[in-house]
Design a protein around this ligand. Sequence first.
Ligand SMILES: [Cu+2]
Ligand SMILES: [Zn+2]
Length: 196
Amino acid sequence: MRVMFLILMIFVLSACNGGADETTRTVEMYNAAGDMVGNATLNEMPDGVQIKLKLEGLSPGFHGIHVHEFSSCEGPDFQSAGNHLDPEGNEHGLMHPKGSHLGDLPNIEADAGGLVDAELMLAGATLTDGKQSILRGDGTSLVVHESQDDGVSQPAGDSGVRIICGEIKADPNADSKSSAEETPSDPTETNENQDE
Ligand SMILES: [Cu+2]
Ligand SMILES: [Zn+2]
């Protein structure tokens, strides 16, 4: 009886962990040279997804930032991320009368030292299921641009080239970078044993 209770508790606890993955997510951000330059923490909120962003190494001033449609950040140009996430078929820009894309965000500002410490809200989006989810399919990506987004020009606010990208993966364990912390269940998977 006690064993059954323990098994039940373990099941309940692991189910809770699974739920937590859908309401928060940490995204590693990489520059065009492939260096990790910060991270973004995503949190599910009643009116959208909150993005807490910390970056380094930018040019001082404003930079456009958007959620793009594919979970793929292949440098140096990050074209693999696709266009802005836009499930409703809208125009680009938070200031556009027929806007905006679901993935559109206000500009971020880097200080004189090139640092960004920002808190953004991706209004109307969710980390859970549905059309507005940024974890749809394989997921999406968070892309920072060289210049500022003017909020109205098509298709991307005239914000210039893509300089930093982070994959927002639907399955965070699918990437080898994030699964490296896990202990391999089979000893033959470790490098140490391969040359014996
Ligand atoms: Cu963009
Ligand atoms: Zn857009």
